[in-house]
Design a binder for this molecule. Structure first.
Ligand SMILES: [Fe+2]
Ligand SMILES: [Fe+2]
Length: 413
């Protein structure tokens, strides 16, 4: 199983664990033994990418969690939804209007992918990001849809309880209340209203007053594009997918428990995916950073805490094989996810404080980071992870440090 390395750590002779893909094309296939030419080419074209490479010594000694099933399911679902969504892009590119969108075939894609996910349960939601940012909206929709389905599936009883509490008709059975189809449709169509103004994504510098107004209206514009045949709860999700739990979202500023539970689910998945994508107007955040901000950090007030708690166990910010710097200067490799707390996975210490490999006969056993008092993650790649441990100090009575950027960030489509 893999070790995940940055391009500057690659050496000739290493065997690639996963294919390097670009625009749906295989640039380097899994299993390829890298030579210097490959390494130079990767460094030149994809300097910031991380590659998984095989490690024969560790494979002999440690049982790594095999997450390939979860990755395949995520990739398949994402791709199918993105493809269905690119049909909308074509309609807008060819300047036909929203009435020409084939909503029936898109709804069929939602059902088909939902059936596929139900038949292939996963324990983690392992979305990946392509190296090609040209198709942000369709890729974003694929990711958000998938995250919503996994999160929605993981909180079925909470969904049913909330829907029954919120319904005015009083005739919603628990079985019907757990049906995630309106959530799937809502996630699929949430950003329809962004297509007419999609040039905003390419704009450098601040938006004009008019552009801001259009941005804040995209949930209403999208909801109004949907045909009458779309179930009411799905339209509601589109209209309210930027409403925040603390009532400071847009377009209406609906407060927490008045907000449909499906909208609260989309809000979390949408924010996470948008923040981890690179935009011309804002740099991408690491999955660890945004997950921490949303679930434990200053932005947590925007999201339903019952949902972010579960979400934090589904997202794995430190993948199997990730090389983590510890606060004592040694380096550990992630061997197994921790579904109660994804910030503290199971690791094995493999490199000493000089970065040299510890000989196999001196390697210890894998352990859960939480079980070793005083031991913490210090860095993942170049990212300093000290923020992960800040909460305990904040909980000791200091007020939240509110990030001035946070309201703006939560508004990114
Ligand atoms: Fe979005
Ligand atoms: Fe949006």
């Amino acid at each position: 199983m893999p070790l995940i390395l940055r391009t500057d750590e690659l050496q000739p002779g290493m065997r690639l664990g996963d294919s390097l893909m670009f625009k749906d094309r295989v640039m380097l296939p899994a299993g390829k033994v890298l030579d210097q030419w490959d390494i130079n080419a990767v460094k030149r074209r994809f300097p910031n990418v991380r590659l998984t490479v095989g490690d024969p010594v560790l494979d002999e000694l440690v049982e790594f969690e095999d997450d390939r099933h979860d990755r395949t399911v995520a990739q398949t679902a994402q791709t199918k939804i993105s493809e269905a969504m690119s049909h909308v892009q074509e309609r807008f590119n060819s300047r036909t209007d929203a009435r020409h969108i084939n909503f029936k075939s898109m709804s069929d894609s939602v059902s088909e992918v939902m059936d596929y996910i139900t038949a292939n349960p996963v324990s983690s939601a392992l979305i990946s990001r392509s190296l090609d940012s040209d198709s942000y909206l369709s890729e974003h929709t694929g990711n958000v849809f998938y995250l919503c389905m996994v999160l929605g599936g993981a909180v079925g009883e909470y969904v049913a309880k909330e829907r029954i509490r919120q319904t005015s008709a009083g005739n919603l059975t628990a079985h019907k209340a757990m049906d995630l189809k309106p959530l799937g449709l809502g996630a699929m169509f949430m950003d329809l209203g962004m297509y007419p103004i999609r040039s905003i994504f390419k704009k450098e510098g601040p938006l004009s007053v008019d552009e801001k107004h259009m941005l804040y209206e995209h949930p209403n514009v999208g909801a109004d594009m949907l045909p009458d045949s779309i179930v009411a709860a799905a339209r509601m999700v589109v209209r309210t997918h930027h409403e925040n739990y603390d009532g400071n979202g847009y377009p209406r500023g609906i407060l927490g428990d008045k907000l449909h539970v499906f909208s609260r689910i989309v809000r979390i998945c949408d924010s996470f995916d948008a923040a981890t994508a690179e935009h011309v107007f804002r740099k991408a955040k690491s999955p660890a950073n945004i997950l921490w901000e949303m679930s434990l950090g200053p932005n947590r007030r925007f999201y339903d805490p019952a949902l972010t708690k579960v979400f934090r166990g589904l997202i794995q910010p430190f993948p199997i094989g990730a090389k983590m710097k510890l606060n004592d200067g040694r380096y550990a490799v992630v061997v197994k996810y921790n579904h109660q707390d994804s910030f503290s996975p199971y690791v094995i210490v493999v490199f000493d404080t000089q970065g040299k490999r510890i000989p196999p006969e001196h390697l210890g056993k894998p352990f859960c980071l939480n079980d070793q008092p005083g031991l913490r993650f210090a860095k993942f790649g170049d990212e300093n992870l000290s923020y992960l441990y800040q909460l305990k100090r904040d909980m000791a009575g200091r007020p939240d440090r509110v990030n001035p950027q946070s309201a703006y960030e939560a508004s990114v489509p």
